[in-house]
Design a binder for this molecule. Structure first.
Ligand SMILES: *[C@@H]1O[C@H](CO)[C@@H](O)[C@H](O)[C@H]1NC(C)=O
Ligand SMILES: *[C@@H]1O[C@H](CO)[C@@H](O)[C@H](O)[C@H]1NC(C)=O
Ligand SMILES: *[C@@H]1O[C@H](CO)[C@@H](O)[C@H](O)[C@H]1NC(C)=O
Ligand SMILES: *[C@@H]1O[C@H](CO)[C@@H](O)[C@H](O)[C@H]1NC(C)=O
Length: 517
């Protein structure tokens, strides 16, 4: 229960931060808080905690936690200073794990914007095993990255630095915290899947799929995750693939005119809500006065991104620097109260976003291509398992951004999931039930997608929590004690048809090219 309460708290925190982060990445595109589907403040996550390996029992949500924007912000930081429960790899006895597909958000990074007239936060982005937070594998990871030229790198990825390496971080650079977060993620999954022998020791290149955007923070995050999962992996068997779009839709499926229209509408909604918020306005005026800036200029510098970084790294909030470099007086500093006000508005925005549903429509179109690839891989893996030859990747890892993970959560209908914190992970597991007579209560035995006698099932996990039965594709599925997972066919029909119902369409193409109106 402790774990659950902590999770709820984290969720709430995450929501707030989400807003922030999104704003950062997409300042221009999404003026306010492009949160994905945030966890609503004051609401529990209501995920099923996989207490027992046999059953996934939904825990009814009880007491809403107090909304505290600061506590929420700490959850977003995802400071690697505690152990966390991870429910990946839990299944009924005798089920076989066929494949795992993971999408991660990059780990902790330096801000993308700086606040004028203040000193940038002093953070060292070089890696040092003796500095905190550290990880027992950090020095081995650093030396392994030094042999990266043995790997295969798609397009320009070979020239992206494989380690953060600036003693004064550059904008957006991954920090040591970010590296450690993903070493831990990989290690957790290694422990979760070890006994299922997901990847054999002599894995083949086609059994491992790694893709990333061209940013150093995603590439480095993906490598740290992979190293945690597969220490000392053989570089010569690894190909690192490049996704040009942050939506991971490439290359064929990225055109979708309707997607842009929904995004614009969503941005107008966000803008209207923000300019109508008097408390937010007052906070910006205050902050601008302290820094002797025009409020408009302060706003454009997206101060919440930088303030979050200060918070996550335990640094005092920034103060006005006089030309001589000295700090100008007590009053001339930004405050936690001002920061909390921005976060509060971001949470309000999340609730409004969920209510209007525009973002969800955008998200369905934005993430269909990725989900379609995920579904296709599962279908082929289930089939191949019957035929005895695994042609499909056993592990697929996509190293992405908040503007990827947030719409993915929304498209899956995980309205309660919190905005992706640093180093968030979303995991799709594919399982096959044992051959033999159908289990009691399971109804007739459907052919399923797989041979080998059993049927194929999906589990979905977000930051280690089982959210399978909160996702749109399995919310209405009746669980049986004997069949505690979601049939693959539910997921396939969701991705191929049902997800477009909210757009009055039955296919991606139809939804994308429908006339507006
Ligand atoms: C971990 O760090 C966070 C934020 O820095 C802090 O609030 C929390 O108390 C720390 N937890 C532990 C167990 O040290
Ligand atoms: C990091 O950069 C320094 C110089 O800036 C260089 O000497 C060092 O070899 C680099 N380390 C790695 C691992 O790239
Ligand atoms: C979805 O994936 C299938 C293969 O699994 C492919 O044939 C189809 O074109 C894809 N559809 C879209 C819209 O990407
Ligand atoms: C879908 O169709 C219904 C009725 O035909 C209409 O009221 C609704 O606005 C349509 N929704 C979209 C997203 O086009």
């Amino acid at each position: 229960m402790l774990a659950r309460n902590r999770f709820i708290l984290l969720v709430v925190v995450g929501a707030v931060l989400a807003i922030v982060s999104l704003s950062l990445q997409f300042l221009n595109l999404m003026p306010t808080t492009p949160l994905g589907e945030e966890q609503v403040p004051g609401r529990g996550v209501r995920t099923g905690l996989g207490k027992s390996r046999k059953r996934v029992i939904p825990v009814p949500h009880t007491e809403p936690p107090e909304l505290d924007p600061i506590a929420e912000a700490y959850g977003y930081c995802n400071t690697p200073n505690r152990t966390e429960q991870a429910w990946e790899g839990h299944s009924p006895a005798d089920y076989t794990l066929l494949s795992v597909q993971v999408m991660i958000r990059h780990g902790d990074r330096y801000p993308l914007y700086s606040i004028p007239k203040t000193k940038r936060p002093a953070i060292d982005c070089t890696l040092s095993p003796s500095r905190k937070p550290s990880h027992p594998q950090l020095s081995a990871f650093i030396s392994h990255m030094g042999r990266g030229e043995l790997g295969h790198w798609e397009s320009t990825l070979g020239s992206v630095p494989r380690l953060p390496n600036h003693s004064a971080c550059e904008m957006g650079e991954l920090t040591q915290t970010g590296v450690v977060q993903h070493l831990l993620n990989g290690q957790r999954l290694q422990q979760a899947y070890h006994r299922h022998r997901l990847l054999p020791g002599d894995w083949l290149p086609r059994q491992l799929w790694l893709e990333t955007t061209g940013k150093s923070r995603t590439l480095q995050s993906g490598l740290a995750f992979l190293y945690g999962f597969l220490p000392d992996f053989d570089w010569r068997r690894l190909t690192v693939r490049h996704q040009r779009s942050t939506l991971f839709c490439g290359p064929e499926a990225c055109d979708c005119p309707a997607r842009g229209r929904y995004l614009e509408e969503e941005q107008r909604r966000q803008y209207r809500l923000r300019v109508g918020d008097a408390r937010l306005e007052a906070a910006y005026v205050d902050m601008a006065r302290a820094l002797t800036l025009p409020p408009r200029q302060l706003r454009a510098s997206n101060p919440v991104d930088s303030l979050l970084c200060h918070l996550c790294h335990g640094l005092p909030f920034p103060c006005l620097q006089t030309p001589g470099g000295a700090v100008a007086g007590e009053k001339a500093c930004l405050t936690v109260q001002q920061f909390a006000e921005i976060r509060r508005q971001q949470l309000d925005d999340e609730a409004d976003k969920r209510r209007t549903g525009l973002y969800r429509k955008y998200a369905v179109l934005a993430m269909h291509p990725f989900l379609n690839r995920t579904a296709g891989r599962m279908e082929r893996a289930a089939r191949a398992a019957g035929a005895g030859g695994a042609k499909e990747a056993a592990l697929a890892l996509s190293s992405a951004h908040d503007v990827t993970v947030a719409p993915l959560l929304s498209a899956l209908g995980l309205e309660e999931a919190r905005f992706p914190r640093f180093a968030a992970r979303l995991v799709f597991e594919l399982w096959r039930s044992p051959p033999g007579p159908p289990a009691k209560g399971g109804g007739g035995k459907a052919p399923g997608a797989g041979g080998g006698g059993g049927e194929a099932f999906v589990r979905l996990l977000y930051n280690g929590e089982d959210v399978t039965f909160h996702a749109a594709f399995c919310r209405s599925h009746k669980r049986h004690g004997s069949r505690p997972l979601c049939p693959l066919k539910n997921f396939l029909s969701f991705v191929r048809r049902d997800m477009f119902a909210s757009l009055n369409a039955s296919s991606y193409h139809e939804a994308c090219y429908k006339r507006p109106g």
